[in-house]
Write a protein that binds this ligand. Structure first.
Ligand code: ATP
Ligand code: MG
Length: 367
């Protein structure tokens, strides 16, 4: 029996949650002629908070529904806790899904909404009572058990949806953009609560979002998806620092992605952008046709010197903590983020500046 320690200790009684891993193996799925999931392979560790992150239409919901059992793959399989569940219906999978439109029953109280799934499963009344009370306590809504959904805020409704799913004691919790209906401030609050809840329950959780900040702040690892394919799996930091390809580099945060030509040899190599030559750090391995990738904050406006190149400021956005400059360099524009400190002066549009890219920040990506 796991004891869950937090500010308010909550004890999960009875059939305690034992986190299970999830494995998706070589899955292909089409809707008619639309090939939506393409050879998807993925491992989510027991107890992990995992995100599917990608642009609209890339297949995130389809993949989540496949794990839950609402979609069938054309090829490949799904394992939960090492067991092949590909042929099991949703209710036999130990998996609970919170849908994007969390669709609470409007005519039922919070209590009845949470009890509903348990009544469907024909649990004994005493056990239903206990589980509903626990689930509501977990999400901090015990005091609102008698309200109807229309008498709750968006964030509270969202928590009822989570309580309803948690009450059935799934071994895996699937959340499809659960915060998308909330305003910006509430999203930040509820995402912290979700993370806390997930930690307290220790439940394997997969969270779908197209918001990278959301994925970065609450998830242990992220699978970045595009056009039905997993692009990369890693921690938020790994994805940001070592993107596997140009899509990941550009999807996670701002990036300069420059096409140019490698000229010279040995320690004299440079990356030619029109008439401008950027020195290439010694020892850099550059795949054929690679583009140069670096983050705006890894470029510094400096005096002229070795390693520096010059350009003209074409736009400027003062953002408070930093200023983002657009600088025209050899026919392309690069973004430079300069931190702002009290007393600093800003550079002006039209001004020519020298800048330098931190050599360790340069990435060379061919695709
Ligand atoms: N039931 C369906 N029948 C046919 N095509 C579908 C169906 N559901 C989804 N699709 C298509 O499959 C692709 C992937 O859809 P999916 O809902 O998985 O995307 P998503 O990544 O969840 O996007 P969003 O961020 O907008 O929710 C899209 O091209 C979509 O139009
Ligand atoms: Mg979706």
């Amino acid at each position: 029996m796991p004891e869950i320690v937090q500010n308010e200790p909550v004890r999960v009684r009875g059939d305690a949650l034992q986190p299970l891993g999830v494995r998706v193996e070589n899955v292909d799925l089409s809707y008619g002629a639309n090939h939506v999931l393409k050879d998807v392979t993925l491992d989510v560790a027991p107890g992990e908070f995992f995100a599917f992150l990608g642009p609209s239409g890339c297949g995130k919901t389809t993949l989540l529904r496949l794990i839950a059992g609402f979609n069938q793959a054309d090829r490949g399989r799904v394992l939960v806790g090492g067991e092949d569940v590909s042929r099991l219906p949703p209710w036999k999978r130990d998996v609970g899904m919170v849908f994007q439109s969390y669709a609470l029953w409007p005519h039922m109280t919070v209590w009845r909404n949470v009890a509903f799934g348990l009544e469907e499963r024909r649990l004994p009344r005493a056990q239903i009572k206990q589980r509903v009370a626990e689930a509501l306590e977990l999400v901090g809504l015990s005091h609102l058990a008698d309200r109807r959904p229309s008498q709750l805020s968006g964030g509270q409704q969202q928590r009822v949806a989570v309580a309803r799913t948690v009450a059935i004691r799934p071994k895996v919790l699937l959340l499809d953009e659960p915060l998308s209906n909330l305003d910006a401030k509430l999203r930040v609050q509820v995402r912290r609560e979700l993370r806390d809840l997930q930690q307290r329950l220790g439940i394997t959780t997969i969270f779908v979002t197209h918001d990278q900040e959301e994925a970065n702040t609450i998830c242990d690892r992220i699978a970045v998806m595009n056009e039905g394919k997993i692009q990369q799996v890693g921690t938020p930091l790994e994805l940001y620092q070592r993107p596997a390809n140009l899509f990941v580099a550009s999807f996670l945060g701002a990036a300069n992605i420059l096409s140019g030509e490698v000229v010279g040899a040995g320690s004299d190599r440079a990356f030619r952008l029109g008439e401008v030559f950027l020195p290439i750090p010694p020892g850099a391995t550059i795949p054929p046709g690679a583009k140069l990738v670096f983050r705006p904050q890894d470029v510094q406006i400096t005096g002229k010197g070795s390693g520096a190149f010059s350009g003209t400021i074409v736009h400027r956005e003062f953002l408070g903590a930093m200023t983002r400059y657009g600088v025209r360099v050899g026919g392309t524009e690069i973004l430079i983020d300069a931190p702002f400190h009290a007393g600093d002066r800003l550079h002006e549009v039209g001004q020519e500046v020298a800048a330098m890219v931190a050599p360790e920040a340069m990435l060379w990506l061919a695709s």
